[in-house]
Design a protein around this ligand. Structure first.
Ligand SMILES: [Zn+2]
Length: 666
């Protein structure tokens, strides 16, 4: 109790979140709707409520929508079924009366008891369901039987069917709870996350997720970027503990709680969220008896102070990035069961594109089709990374964007244009770009192809495509023996703009090959011969491929770049606006520690260099200042360009170019 009070007093969270009945976090109050999990205790929610009241802090509830403890057998009808008709405890059927008969009453009961200011729903996402209700409804809508999909068009149909049921259920829940308490703030955790690429709806007040609690700053970076434009205010949870609760439910969730991280990494994650204009919610898991570990108030306080010192200058800032990465809704719909493995493939591809741009210091946004259409006037370049299918509406938006002077950068084959349920081999291609698979150089047409890169370093660029359409060649592929192997990077005119096209599936290459698997083994203390060092460079494609793709993106962007810098890839630049000021956030993603993960490879850690960058401003600026870290920055101006040097970057500095946005620059 003392630690709990100490936490609330020292951290003073805006909303103190605690788990409701049946959620991991271990509340087990006496509910009329859902039986309590065995062994959990119910009294600590009352204790939290009392402390929050006494300390004047609002309380919020975490409620798991997927919780499979729905009571008597007759409630089994709420669960999803597999194609054999067997009940699966993994989720709710959104075509069932689950929302009306179970979930809404459960939430109302918790609201009456604990008077939460906000609810965070975990696990809100659609799923395939083959129950009798779903089958009948599918038959009504489409005149055919609901059976497991056998191809991508059928996948899309079933995904759209599940999608509609899901959104309707969330709307129902939101309307009922807001009628119960008009002030309640609701967040459906996964509803607007990147894997679903769903337009944010007004049934949710904010977007928030614990997905950035992965001890990976790259994931935090991507998540922060995606959410900054997803359509509702964003408030992301950060796991603010370094020491793991020992009596957590590790039998059920063996890895769930095991995410210890040093404070510096937690602060870097918060800095990244703030740089993108997102709010930060502190998250902790109480112990099974509701208690907190003694270090919680200490870590929480440091994090809260850090966030508060920046929030007024950061939260709600509007992104000014002029490059967009499109997450294609049509591709997403065609993936098998999006809550399963397939979807993570799509996310992985988007993350890779974001990583490539961010590590090349090209500020970007990651958007779904609706956001792209809404924000298209802000962009100078749109990246279509190995997209297979584009919605016809999106293809139209992009075609008119290019014809008016914008640029697209197509990686790999040209997307087909069709509704996701009606794709055929002969569907039209985006902008009429047509290509066929090309054999690779030498005797390996089936696999990765390569080009000679700088000074003897060979970079794999992925499976090659070739095209016969009329275009200008910008880069050619060269075999290691010096022979020319045809065009690699081309551009085709489209009205006033250009379609830039990389004739290789470089994104797959970048995503699929684990960097470390390509490194030759080295034993400690072994003297690395120059031959071996060269071999190491030769077989490691990632940093070189990343740099190469960044160079191509810069070619496509032309003189419309926002930032230029040679600093290490782990430094992130975020450009956004606050009133009339243009802000350049510089975030240090190499704070000296990164957990051992094969996909993480920052090139310099810890960061020791000066941070120098050039920024292209919409108007000449009179006043430049650094907002947070107290170092004296130096800068020089040259018309609308400004060169800045930050002598020492700790975690997050923001350089403000004051009043450069006065003239209505969008
Ligand atoms: Zn169903």
């Amino acid at each position: 109790m003392d630690v709990m009070r100490d936490y609330v007093r020292s951290v003073r969270p805006d909303v103190m979140f605690a788990p409701a009945n049946g959620c991991w976090g271990y509340a087990a109050y006496d509910s009329q709707i859902m039986p309590s999990l065995e062994g959990y205790r119910g009294d600590f929610l009352n204790a939290w409520r009392k402390i929050c009241d006494e300390e004047g802090v609002r309380m919020g509830l975490y409620i798991a929508s997927f919780n499979g403890n729905w009571g008597p057998p007759e409630k089994r009808g709420y669960y999803i079924c597999n194609p054999k008709g067997e009940v699966s405890l993994g989720g709710a059927c959104h075509n069932s009366p689950w929302a009306e008969e179970y979930f809404i009453p459960f939430c109302k009961e918790a609201m009456d008891r604990f008077r939460p200011a906000a609810i965070w729903f975990d696990g809100t996402c659609p799923d395939y369901c083959y129950c009798g209700r779903c089958k009948a409804r599918f038959q009504d809508l489409f005149g055919k039987e609901l059976t497991p999909p056998t191809n991508a068009n059928e996948n899309a149909r079933i995904n759209e069917f599940a999608e509609t049921a899901f959104v309707n259920a969330m709307k129902k829940i939101s309307a009922a709870l807001k009628a119960h308490d008009p002030k309640i703030m609701l967040c459906f955790s996964h509803a607007f996350t990147d894997p679903w690429l769903r337009k944010a709806g007004d049934y949710a007040d904010y977007s928030g997720n614990d997905s950035c609690n992965t001890a990976s700053l790259k994931t935090a970076q991507f998540d922060a970027t995606y959410r900054s434009t997803c359509g509702v205010p964003s408030n992301l949870w950060i796991f603010d503990q370094t020491i793991i609760n020992q009596d957590a439910d590790t039998e059920r969730f063996p890895t769930f709680h095991l995410r210890p991280r040093p404070l510096n990494l937690i602060l870097a994650e918060a800095a990244c969220q703030l740089a993108h204009g997102n709010r930060v919610t502190l998250w902790f898991c109480a112990n099974q008896n509701g208690s907190l570990d003694h270090d919680k108030p200490v870590v929480g306080k440091r994090l809260a102070e850090f966030v508060r010192s920046r929030a007024a200058q950061c939260v709600g800032n509007e992104s000014m990035a002029n490059v967009a990465i499109l997450g294609s809704q049509a591709d997403n719909m065609r993936l098998p069961n999006r809550s399963g493995g397939g979807i993570w493939g799509l996310t992985k591809g988007l993350q890779a594109q974001h990583e490539i741009l961010s590590m090349n210091h090209i500020p970007c946004e990651v958007v779904h089709d609706d956001t792209l259409a809404e924000r298209i006037a802000r962009y100078d370049l749109v990246i279509l990374g190995e997209i297979e299918v584009l919605l016809p509406g999106t293809a139209e938006v992009l075609a008119s964007f290019v014809k008016q002077g914008g640029a697209v950068f197509v990686i790999g084959r040209a997307p087909l244009v069709a509704p996701p349920t009606m794709v055929e081999d002969k569907s039209p291609t985006f902008l009429g770009l047509i290509s066929t698979p090309a054999p690779g150089p030498s005797a390996t047409p089936w696999t990765r192809s390569y080009r000679r890169y700088e000074d003897g370093v060979v970079t794999y660029v992925g499976r090659l495509r070739k095209t016969d359409i009329d275009c200008q060649v910008i880069e050619r592929l060269t075999e290691p023996n010096g022979h020319d192997a045809g065009p690699l990077f081309v551009r085709a005119p489209q009205g006033k703009g250009w379609a830039y096209w990389l004739l290789a599936e470089s994104l797959s290459e970048y995503v699929e090959i684990p960097y470390k698997s390509l490194q030759p083994a080295e034993t400690e203390g072994e003297k690395v011969s120059s031959d071996k060092r060269l071999r190491k460079q030769v077989v490691a494609p990632h940093p070189h491929l990343r740099k190469f793709l960044g160079q191509l993106a810069r070619i496509a962007l032309g003189d419309r770049w926002l930032i230029e810098s040679d600093v290490p890839p782990g430094v992130e630049f975020v450009v956004n606006r606050r009133d009339n000021d243009l802000l350049v956030h510089v975030v240090n993603h190499v704070p000296g520690y990164e957990p051992e993960r094969p996909e993480v490879f920052f090139d310099e850690a810890p960061l020791l260099a000066d941070i120098k960058f050039k920024v292209r401003l919409p108007a000449a600026c009179k006043s430049v200042k650094a907002l947070f870290e107290g170092e004296a920055i130096s800068f020089s101006k040259e018309g609308k360009m400004c060169q800045v040097c930050i002598p020492r970057l700790r975690l997050h500095e923001t350089v403000s170019f004051e009043n450069v946005l006065k003239e209505g620059f969008v």
